[in-house]
Design a protein around this ligand. Structure first.
Ligand code: PXP
Length: 244
């Protein structure tokens, strides 16, 4: 069975639009668990545009499934992870101006620094994962630096439009997943997945875990809109019947 980790970052994005307390990413995480999610993912970005430091603590304490913390390989984030101790840390590259994570981590060019971070994570009892593009060199480097797992970036696959290009990218993902599993890395995948494109990724047998966020939060808005408006109309009617 392939595990689904639901990323609740964009529940925090809506909350941060007003800098208030609703909607709560923890409440959304608990509902995701109720529906069968096997884990929760959050990305604490350097600019704190959605998830805040307190969210990491509150979600870590409040959920019943493992917490996967995505973060950039910086000293600030490493210290925070060692303090909060999520089940797993996934290192991602981060650029301040990007709208979302734009590509995989270049493991090859920073093996020494990443090895050190991995060692500190392992000493703290935290699993250590790397978000990489489907590239044999990055897979081999991930093994050299003793990562427990890789998360293959499916972003490019989800953005391509031509069938031939999609097929080629899927083959790259398959090959990287196969190679990684062969050399003893656990294989995860994510980015840009939706109800349709996830099917071809879920068909790759080596992939054990998927991280999906934006699409699920978007669908939740549609699914929840009717209930929320019905509730509001009920409250308005109830209020109209009351005397001040
Ligand atoms: N994996 C990583 C490393 C990510 O940075 C993200 C986005 O935060 C995801 C998976 C989930 O992508 P999406 O929100 O497009 O489902």
């Amino acid at each position: 069975m392939i595990r689904l980790f639901v990323n609740v970052d964009h529940v925090a994005t809506i909350r941060e639009a007003r800098k208030t307390v609703e909607p709560s990413p923890l409440k959304a995480a608990l509902l995701a668990e109720k529906a069968g999610a096997q884990g929760i993912t959050i990305h604490l970005r350097e600019d704190r545009r959605h998830i805040q430091d307190d969210d990491v603590r509150i979600i870590r304490e409040g959920i019943n499934t493992p917490l996967n913390l995505e973060m950039a390989p910086t000293e600030e984030m490493v210290k925070l992870a060692l303090e909060i101790k999520p089940y797993q840390v996934s290192l991602v590259p981060e650029k301040r101006q990007e709208i979302t994570t734009e590509g995989g981590l270049d493991v090859c060019s920073q093996e020494e620094a990443l090895t050190e971070i991995g060692k500190r994570m392992h000493d703290g009892g935290i699993l250590f994962s790397l978000f990489i593009d489907p590239d044999a060199k990055q897979v081999a480097a991930s093994k050299r630096i003793k990562a427990d797992s890789i998360e293959i970036n499916t972003g490019k696959y989800t953005e391509l439009e031509l069938a031939e290009e999609i097929k080629l990218e899927l083959e790259r993902i398959q090959a990287s997943a196969g190679r990684a599993a062969e050399i003893g890395l656990k294989v995860f995948a994510g980015h840009g997945l939706n109800y349709e494109n996830v099917k071809f990724i879920a068909a790759i047998p080596e992939i054990e875990e998927l991280n999906i966020g934006h699409f699920i939060v978007g669908q939740a808005v549609y699914g929840g809109m009717e209930n929320a408006v019905t509730e509001m109309i009920r409250s308005i009617k109830e209020g109209r019947g009351n005397q001040l």
